[in-house]
Design a protein around this ligand. Sequence first.
Ligand code: MG
Length: 385
Amino acid sequence: MTTLASYASHPGQSRGRLHVEPGGEMRGPRDMFQRDRDRIIHSISFRRLRHKTQVFVSPDGDHFRVRLTHSLEVAQIGRTTARTLGLNEDLTEALCLAHDIGHPPFGHAGEDALEAALDDQGGFDHNAHTLRTLMLLESPYPLFRGLNLSWEMLEGLAKHNGPVDRPGWAMREVDALFALDLPSHASLEAQLAAISDDIAYDNHDIDDGLRAGLLTLDQLLSVSLVKSCWDRVRARYPDLPDDRLLRELVREQIGVMANDLIAATRANIAASGVETVEDVRHFGRTLVGFSPELAVQERELKRFMYATLYHHPEQLAAAARARVIVTGLFRAYHDRPDLMPPEWRDDCALEEPQRSRHIADFIAGMTDRYAEKRHAEIFGEAAFA
Ligand code: MG
């Protein structure tokens, strides 16, 4: 076990959990953040990630990423970089594993549809919904609601993309329950989880995009970061055919990004003078990140991926279908709550905004295939004619 840096999150200095738990803080040989991680892994919402879209909707091929395998890849990058930087590996891992739990079915298309359906009732935000899911909706303990995660874990999920200046209704609700100091920055572990997410999907989406035939190597080589990685890989294996080297290309690029992240973050931390996690929270800007040069290249890669893969006609068609499903389910349940299973039907309020938000909670928890099935039961396949 490597020693934690002074500016890391130390489990012994945690602000604790919302509910005092019988049996004391230690159960078995695990500290606060190790238990947080285990609670995520044992949660139902985590298991549902196996049938939720990352980029490809209900992918036919078993080789494509889904949110579960994406989250594992994020955690793998997060753990390695956290350990190297002297940060808390367990907290980083827990944050990485949980970061996408609030995503509705069908990725961003599903989120857009829920956001539109809740337009008059305060809207829908997947990040706030992660906290709502873990603090209010999933309830595995006998005496309280939620997974009762540590303050540091909840703070990290709330603020992993930076301070929350204008919290929506769902974030305000959980913040009223357990104040998360929303205007400050999050710990370095949370900042690291956020950028590990970027490194993971920037790279695995290239891999999946090539596999799906929606991207070609020629197209990718117009991106400067990819081109420089490809040139090194090509030089290393001059006699091998291109298709033998595609995964080596992705591997090379993950390495370049992770090494840049580690070096740039080390330099940022040293220059900042932060000594504790409280200094990190009030430093005023993010300390974990790429060098300015790599940040420019990474933005270029993202622009390319949006234009080529995320907005590919096949992807847009899948997104349109997803919006029909989510919008249709929302309207159907709103008109007839008896179409929901009893545990959801019985708690469905008559008044707004509770009614719409309750229905959105149900839909947001669905996997892609569960949503498809319920929609087909209610509307039949004719809905897409
Ligand atoms: Mg993600």
